[in-house]
Design a protein. Structure first.
Length: 92
């Protein structure tokens, strides 16, 4: 059974509990959108807060889910760990 974004198994259960009868061991959890952002280090905590807030708003509007279903992972990398066109960002 394919779920739409942000649906839960529980939300698909019929009044007779058909889903619970067919899949009694399924945990009732949100199928959450997860966004991973890789970027160079150096942005402030406030910038990351704003980024997370705005991305969450867009996902909630587009995927029709609750904000608490959205997970955002921000990974920062130092300039010596990223290269573009064969040149370290540190050397640009």
């Amino acid at each position: 059974m394919d779920l739409l974004p942000c649906q839960t198994e529980k939300s698909l259960a019929s009044p007779t509990g058909l889903l619970n009868q067919r899949f009694p061991k399924i945990r009732r959890r949100a199928i959450m959108p997860i966004v991973q952002i890789d970027m160079l280090e150096g942005r402030s905590t406030e910038q990351k807060r704003e980024l997370a807030k705005k991305i969450t708003e867009v996902i909630v509007e587009t995927a029709k889910c609750q904000p608490d279903a959205v997970t955002i992972v921000i990974r920062e990398a130092a300039k010596q760990h990223i290269s573009k066109a064969g040149v370290l960002m540190l050397d640009k």
